[in-house]
Design a protein around this ligand. Structure first.
Ligand code: GRF
Length: 193
């Protein structure tokens, strides 16, 4: 399966997917990395691995629709089977999502449906949770609310801060996303069952 990965920052999840795709028997290959920020650190990491990259700075476009249309046009040229949002900090419109209905994955650093949105680790700590984790889900119009593909739990430890918890969750995000993408790319899992 041809996969395009969307990033906005360091791209550690993108790199984890790239590492997984390097395995001979893995049912996916990354054919492109897209970012909404030309300064995203993940872009050069992807390029260093020979993965084609493209950046679309929001300020270069009149409005959200034009920005997204430019991204969508470029994505089409890559003929992707699946899109993986990995630390991508922009919401896709319904038009974009319906174009790839059931074929967009996202990783979110909480045990959805708990803590959709931002600052998930601080919110988990404030709520006194003893467990946290990450969720890979299919992307639907609502933010962070599509069907769950795979979740991994980690313990919240005594004295944890949002930073220490985030670091612990990030390490399991990489394994979780690689396994979730395998499940979908292999056809084992489809949106809607
Ligand atoms: C990660 O916590 C991910 O769950 C969230 O963005 C953060 C950074 O991801 N969506 P990455 O290192 O850029 O992959």
């Amino acid at each position: 399966k041809r996969v395009v990965v969307f990033i906005s920052g360091g791209g550690s999840n993108m790199l984890a997917l790239a590492d997984a795709c390097a395995a001979e028997d893995y049912p996916a290959e990354i054919v492109g990395v897209i970012s909404d920020r030309a300064t995203a650190g993940g872009l050069e990491k992807a390029a260093a691995r020979g993965i084609p990259t493209a950046a679309f700075e929001r300020r270069d476009y009149a409005d959200k629709a034009a920005h997204e249309a430019a991204i969508l046009d470029h994505v089409e040229t890559l003929r992707p089977d699946l899109l993986c949002l990995a630390g991508y900090m922009r919401l896709l419109t319904g038009a974009f999502i319906s174009r790839y209905e059931g074929r967009i994955l996202n990783i979110h650093p909480s045990l959805l449906p708990e803590f959709p949105g931002l600052h998930t680790h601080q919110r988990a700590l404030d709520a006194g949770r003893t467990e946290a984790g990450c969720t890979v889900h299919f992307v639907t119009e609502g933010m962070d609310e599509g069907p769950v593909i795979l979740q991994t739990r980690v313990p919240v430890l005594e004295g944890d801060t949002a930073e220490t918890l985030a670091a612990r969750v990030l390490t399991v995000e990489h394994k979780t996303y690689a396994e979730a993408l395998r499940m979908v790319a292999s056809g084992d899992v489809r949106m809607g069952g």
